[in-house]
Design a protein around this ligand. Structure first.
Ligand SMILES: *[C@@H]1O[C@H](CO)[C@@H](O)[C@H](O)[C@H]1NC(C)=O
Ligand SMILES: *[C@@H]1O[C@H](CO)[C@@H](O)[C@H](O)[C@H]1NC(C)=O
Ligand SMILES: *[C@@H]1O[C@H](CO)[C@@H](O)[C@H](O)[C@H]1NC(C)=O
Ligand SMILES: *[C@@H]1O[C@H](CO)[C@@H](O)[C@H](O)[C@H]1NC(C)=O
Ligand SMILES: *[C@@H]1O[C@H](CO)[C@@H](O)[C@H](O)[C@H]1NC(C)=O
Length: 306
């Protein structure tokens, strides 16, 4: 009985492995548009796909980032300057993409540009802090996707989204899920990448300490009394527990993106990084009261906690 079960499981994984190894043909004719290529995942993916021979259209926020990327890649790679929060910029970029891809359409759209306001207790934040994140991570993604969708449909291509663990995550997921169902009628596949904790920028952590201080310093005396002087330091200590003990290679994420773009049978969802696979994903399946209990054990106590 156990033997049959083991054989079945092994067979399942073998079949899946075989199925997922099939690569689409004519990669060298396929155009992929990636947002947020100045640094981090987008930058690495652009270089990786360029090496693989695809035609990469890389959107950067700054001319400096674009120039640096062009310096490191082949002549096939083209760059454009795009701020995803500006609709006229998105429209102009769509026209630029149209000129490049012509009748072939756009094979891949990678919605990578994103920011994550570093975490802080919600009560310390203002509406503006949330607006900023949603503007880039949710409305920016929606704007770019809607604008380029007809080109992706033409190529029966792929949409790849990155949903990081911030407030915009569920919005992006909801949009993705509905998009995936609607677009399946047109041969378009939609994949979602969920990365764990990656340090994409060495000064990012230092920036975070400054950010928390900047929120704490002007906080009202009432808030300061409620949380206590030690809270910011304790909060940072908790966050450093979330960080894996080792530096995760960014290619764990970009390899998933590459698979979503080049495999005949991409997955709907990829969790990238050991922490995402073994901590965050399993936690998302646990009942809320258990997750609350786990978080309760780690979260720092405010000074005036009841
Ligand atoms: C790109 O390369 C050019 C010529 O090699 C060089 O002058 C320039 O500084 C480089 N730009 C960046 C951002 O690395
Ligand atoms: C987007 O806006 C930036 C800055 O305003 C500009 O430099 C860039 O050319 C615009 N992109 C397109 C495709 O028009
Ligand atoms: C990506 O995000 C866009 C906009 O939120 C959404 O339309 C699309 O379905 C998402 N795709 C995936 C795979 O999450
Ligand atoms: C790294 O993060 C810091 C702080 O958030 C930011 O000022 C800097 O521009 C970032 N550098 C790059 C290359 O993204
Ligand atoms: C990350 O992985 C890639 C390929 O898997 C490898 O070429 C590279 O050297 C790795 N980088 C680090 C810092 O380990």
């Amino acid at each position: 009985m156990w033997l049959y079960l083991v054989v079945l499981v092994v067979l399942y994984y073998l079949l899946r492995w075989y199925r997922e190894r099939q690569v689409v043909s004519h990669l060298e004719d396929k155009f992929v548009f990636i947002t947020g290529c100045d640094s981090g995942f987008g930058n690495r993916l652009a270089r990786q796909l360029d090496q693989r021979g695809l035609r990469v259209l890389a959107a950067c926020l700054t001319e400096q980032g674009a120039e640096q990327l062009r310096n490191q890649t082949s002549d096939r790679l083209q760059t454009v300057i795009l701020d995803v929060t500006k609709t006229e910029n998105v429209t102009a970029t769509t026209n630029w993409v149209k000129e490049h891809v012509g009748d072939r359409g756009l094979w891949g759209l990678v919605n990578n540009a994103g920011i994550c306001t570093p975490m802080a207790p919600n009560e310390w934040l203002t509406k503006q802090d949330f607006v900023k994140v949603l503007d880039v991570n949710l409305l920016g993604v929606i704007d770019v996707t809607l604008s380029l969708l007809s080109l992706v449909r033409k190529a029966r291509g792929r949409v790849v989204n990155v949903s990081s663990y911030c407030i915009s995550k569920y919005g992006v997921e909801a949009f993705s899920d509905s998009l995936r169902r609607e677009l399946s009628y047109f041969g378009v596949k939609v994949a979602m990448i969920e990365p764990g904790y990656f340090v994409t920028n060495m000064t990012q952590d230092e920036g975070f300490i400054g950010y928390l201080q900047a929120l704490w310093n002007p906080a009202s005396p009432e808030l300061k009394e409620l949380y206590g002087e030690n809270f910011p330091a304790d909060f940072l200590k908790t966050l450093s527990l979330l960080k894996p003990r080792w530096t995760q290679n960014l290619s764990l994420v970009t390899d998933c993106m590459e698979h979503a773009l080049t495999a005949c049978h991409p997955r709907t969802r990829y969790s990238a990084g050991w922490d995402a696979k073994f901590i965050y994903l399993p936690m998302s399946y646990l009942p809320s009261f258990l997750v609350d209990l786990i978080v309760y054990c780690y979260y720092p106590q405010p000074a005036k906690a009841l």
